[in-house]
Every structure is written in structure tokens, then in C-alpha cells.
Design a protein around this ligand. Structure first.
Ligand SMILES: [Mg+2]
Length: 332
């Protein structure tokens, strides 16, 4: 069995540096707790997410991808709040299959590399954590980000007559999961499929979240399914919405899937997109179009907010459609 202190020293200590850390005062890994400097002009946004093997990612997922995703989902929450990434901590529970030193060395090398590569993109230091062994692989990351005082984007300020937008493509994570689940030995490597890449290595919309401060009235990241996540905005803002389903941006592969299965609600229900859904007043439309252009990211208007609290109406080419449930992926 690999010793905890050796694991930390070999695989995680190298991640404990960033330009953001104030070298003379801040302390990351190596003591009972991290000691970090706060910024006088900012508020700290704290998010946490747990990924469990077999629930949040399929068994057999590459260690690099698991680590990438575990940090990416936290960054996605920071993005939804308009926060700039700061630091993170990691609680890693390794399963019994990784008890042998040989297995765990290779796995931890790949895992720590996935974490390091994404953390480096956002200059985030790993400042602490814990490692344990149990039945199942589980990763909990807590991340902290910075936002100027009073500028955090929340779910609670959508107003009637505002536009509703989504970034990127909707349903790709869910499609990726379908492809992975359908994979057999005779199928060519499905890991190259864009939807599977998106499932395994989502790119959190951090730049978009930062740019939406002062533009979006509310925002949420699409992690549990577009309709379920939009419902959280409606609930918190005490408003309703009308969505034009034909406006939802989906990939050509998703269109093919929908033609074949006629499971039209699939892109609205499936999770793991890590796009942002946000609301904004109509007079921000030009600004949002320019933002899309500068970020090289599609921002699509999919509907409007109205005053009738809690009422979510779905249209197909202008005609109302009935759905059994708007609920997306539920973790329990
Ligand atoms: Mg979220």
C-alpha cells in the first residue's frame, strides 16, 4: 500500500504552487491547514463537488479524465458565479483495486497530471486535502474563487421580459455518455468522438462567467440538465419562462441521435454539459453578440423570462408542447 505522505509528496506537492500565492506569507500543502491571503477588494466564492465512480463517471474512465473533470465541475460553478479561480483542495478516496503500489503509482501519476494540466490553465494551486481508502473511488474538490465585492452573479435576479441564453452546445455530455455506454470491443476508439471528449474533459466557461458580470442578471451552469438547471433560476428569481425548443443549439451528432430515437427531450434532460445558462435584459443583446464573437463561443437566445412564477412553457416552432417532467439528472 502506498503511504499517504509519499503520495502527497510525490504526486500532489508539485501542484501546490501558483503565481497567485503570495510567496512570503501563504502556506499551502505541508501543515495542518493552508494559510492564504485574502484580497481586500474581493469576496471569496467557495464551491464543492464530489464525483463518485459509477455515479458521476463510468467505471473504467481514465484517471487523467477523472481528475480533469473533478476540477472542471468546480470551475464551472465558479464560472456561473462570475468568479476568478483561486485555489482548491482535494479529498481523494481510493478504492481497494488501487491498493497495490504498482497499480496506484500509474493511476496517481495520470490523475495528478490531469489535475495539474487544468489547474495550470487557471493558475490554481492545490493548497491541501486528504487521502483515504474505501470501497469506491471518490473525489471531492473544494475550490475558491474571487469576485469583486457585490458583483457575484446569482440565480435570484432574473426579471420578466429578459432573454434567456445558453453557451455552446446542449446535450453533448449526455450524448458522450450514451456513446461510452454503447461501446463494444469491436467499436473503434470512441474516446475521439467530440461528445465523449466533452463528457470526459469539459472546458468550464470561466472566461464567459467573468465577462458576464454587469451583463447577466442571473446565471447557472448546466450540470444536471438544462431544464432542471433553468428551473433553479426560475425558483430563486420567482419568475417563469418560455423556451423555444427548436432554438436549443445541438450538434449534428445529436440531431442524428434525435432523428433516430425521437427522444426529443433528451438534450434538455441529460446532464454534464458544463455550459452556462443565463438571463439578461434585451438591451444587452448587442453586447452579448460581441462577447460571443470575442470569446469564439456561441451564445444562443433560447427563450424569455415572464412574470408567472414557476411556470415553464416549452414551444416547438411556436406551439406549446407537453412534457411529463422537466427534471434532469438527480444525484440521489
Ligand atoms: Mg452548478
Amino acid at each position: 500500500m502506498t503511504h499517504e505522505f509519499e503520495v502527497i509528496h510525490q504526486f500532489f506537492k508539485p501542484l501546490s504552487h501558483s503565481k497567485q500565492l503570495c510567496a512570503s506569507l501563504d502556506m499551502g500543502i505541508g501543515d495542518d491547514g493552508a494559510v492564504l491571503s485574502c484580497r481586500p477588494d474581493s469576496q471569496l466564492v467557495v464551491v464543492t463537488d464530489t464525483l463518485i465512480e459509477g455515479i458521476h463517471f463510468p467505471y473504467g474512465t481514465d484517471a487523467y479524465d477523472i481528475a480533469w473533470k473533478a476540477l472542471a465541475v468546480n470551475l464551472s460553478d465558479l464560472a456561473a458565479m462570475g468568479a476568478a479561480p483561486g485555489f482548491f483542495s482535494l479529498a481523494l478516496t481510493l478504492p481497494k483495486s488501487l491498493l497495490s503500489a504498482k497499480n496506484s503509482q500509474a493511476w496517481l501519476k495520470s490523475f495528478s497530471q490531469g489535475l495539474a494540466d487544468l489547474a495550470e490553465l487557471y493558475d490554481m494551486a492545490l493548497v491541501g486535502g486528504d487521502t483515504t481508502h474505501a470501497e469506491h473511488l471518490s473525489i471531492t474538490i473544494t475550490a475558491q474563487g474571487w469576485v469583486e465585492i457585490g458583483q457575484a452573479i446569482t440565480r435570484g435576479h432574473a426579471q420578466p421580459a429578459e432573454d434567456i441564453y445558453v453557451s455552446g452546445l446542449i446535450g453533448e455530455g449526455g450524448l458522450g455518455l450514451k456513446i461510452v455506454q454503447a461501446q463494444t470491443d469491436v467499436v473503434a476508439d470512441c474516446n475521439e468522438h467530440p461528445a465523449v471528449i466533452k463528457l470526459n474533459r469539459p472546458h468550464p466557461r470561466v472566461a464567459l462567467g467573468l465577462a458576464l458580470k454587469g451583463v447577466a442578471s442571473s446565471a447557472i451552469d448546466v450540470s444536471d440538465g438544462l431544464l432542471a438547471d433553468l428551473s433553479h433560476i426560475l425558483e430563486a428569481s420567482e419568475v417563469g419562462a418560455v423556451i423555444e425548443t427548436t432554438a436549443i443549439p445541438v450538434s449534428a451528432a445529436m440531431q442524428q441521435y434525435l432523428q433516430k430515437t425521437e427522444d426529443w427531450m433528451f438534450p434538455f434532460r441529460c446532464g454534464d454539459d458544463y455550459e452556462l445558462c443565463f438571463t439578461a435584459p434585451s438591451d444587452k443583446a448587442n453586447q452579448i453578440a460581441q462577447l460571443a464573437e470575442s470569446l469564439g463561443l456561441s451564445l444562443t437566445q433560447i427563450g424569455k423570462i415572464h412574470a408567472e412564477a414557476g411556470k415553464l412553457t416549452l414551444l416547438k416552432s411556436g406551439h406549446e408542447i407537453k412534457v411529463q417532467s422537466t427534471l434532469g439528472f438527480e444525484h440521489f
